[in-house]
Design a protein around this ligand. Structure first.
Ligand code: PLP
Length: 379
């Protein structure tokens, strides 16, 4: 076996699990008909999509008729925020640490962005001040993609109910699904988005749960698929692959969380012990199990990632823009980190295929790489 290194970037994307891959191949080779067609192969394809809808409904705590298949987290988030705005007008509200798939549409629509505490958790007083009769959608993520911090969604729902009677609650559960029981933890949300490639499914596939009665307008118009909310020929293989991966998560999540939290703790504690001045962002107990996020003063993330890659450790900085260049993280800025510390951030994200050897390798490599960069003065 070639050495594939220690892949600690599961928050960016996960490998396709065997179950998803096995479920997808026949969809490409045998059941390739357009599922909206009238003949037998089309009906068979449609049946597989309906089965997948049942699985995703169970996974998200929704009814099958409330699931809208999308092209991933970005589309689901945009459909929730902009689709709600199209249907109901008014004002959109989100937290300052949302993924850009939420933040950008909220800002584009002239919405309100709510501050977070230094922990990364939403400031409930600031949220209360942003809520009123004009607000039609509140979007607060379940778990953050950079720090792994989990938001108090029930409290957010309660605030929205009491202060913004026209508002529906959307939660971006893209980074939560592999770790948290989204069906129960997002039960208070009206709109819930997930993305398959963050939990062992294929890229370019996702789902948005839209609770019955929520007024939402489509962003894509055309053939009227997905109850008119998402036109376009179904990505049948992707949908079936996502459902297969979701079934694996539902069966294995509780065990994986325990196993991976132990490995994550060993990794984070090991780095805090071995690297002088290392800072862990946010309270670990408030994070999803697979997330370790640290900042190293006197180091540039980009240079660190380069050294790590050279030593076979694959990770991320807090944030990167589409060009590949490192942007200062809006999440760390919102948490009050100055550029010096935020510029040396490192996100190590574990996933279902992470083993102890990956952690050993990261622990063997990262302290030396930080020391080397500090000695060269690259910070
Ligand atoms: N929301 C969060 C929290 C994410 O982490 C991501 C991906 O990194 C997205 C949305 C976008 O999902 P996708 O890559 O499926 O468009």
């Amino acid at each position: 076996m070639p050495d594939t290194g220690a892949y600690l970037d599961h928050a960016a994307s996960t490998p396709l699990c065997a179950e998803a891959s096995d479920a997808m191949v026949p969809m490409h080779r045998e059941l390739y008909a357009n599922p909206t067609g009238a003949h037998r192969m089309a009906r068979d394809t449609r049946r597989r999509i309906d089965d997948a809808r049942d699985v995703m409904a169970e996974a998200l705590g929704a009814a099958p008729g409330e699931i809208v298949f999308t092209s991933g987290g970005t589309e689901g988030d945009n459909l929730a925020v902009a689709g709600r705005h199209l249907a109901a007008g008014g004002v959109a509200v989100c937290s300052a640490v949302e993924h850009h798939a939420v933040l950008a549409p909220v800002e584009h629509l002239g919405g309100r962005v709510v501050a977070v505490h230094a922990s990364g958790v939403i400031d409930m007083d600031a949220l209360a001040a942003a809520l009123d009769d004009e607000v039609t959608v509140v979007s607060v993520m379940l778990a953050n993609n950079e720090t792994g911090m989990v938001q108090p969604l029930e409290q957010v729902a309660e605030a929205a109910r009491s202060r913004a009677p026209r508002a529906v609650l959307h939660t971006d559960a893209v980074q939560a699904f592999a770790w948290l029981d989204v069906a129960s933890q997002a039960a208070c949300a009206d709109l819930v988005s997930v993305s398959a490639h963050k939990f062992g499914g294929p890229k370019g596939t996702g789902a948005l749960a839209v609770r019955e009665g929520v007024a939402l307008s489509p962003l894509l118009l055309g053939g009227g698929q997905e109850r008119g909310l998402r036109s376009g020929t179904h990505n049948a293989a992707g949908i079936v692959g996502m459902a297969a991966a979701a079934e694996v998560v539902l069966k294995s999540r509780a065990k994986q969380v325990v196993r991976l939290a132990e490995l994550r703790d060993r990794l984070a504690d090991g780095l805090l012990g071995a690297v002088e001045g290392a800072v862990e962002t946010g309270e670990r107990s408030g994070k999803v199990a697979g997330s370790a996020h640290l900042c190293f003063e006197g180091v540039e993330s980009e240079a660190l990632l380069f050294l790590l890659e050279d030593a076979g450790v694959y990770a991320s900085a807090a944030s990167s823009c589409a060009s590949g260049a490192q942007d200062p993280s809006h999440v760390l800025a919102a948490m009050g980190y100055d550029r010096g510390l935020a510029g040396g951030s490192l996100r190590l994200s574990l996933g279902y295929q992470t083993e102890a050897a990956d952690i050993d390798r990261a622990l063997a490599v990262i302290p030396g790489a930080v020391a080397r960069l500090r000695a060269y003065g690259t910070g």
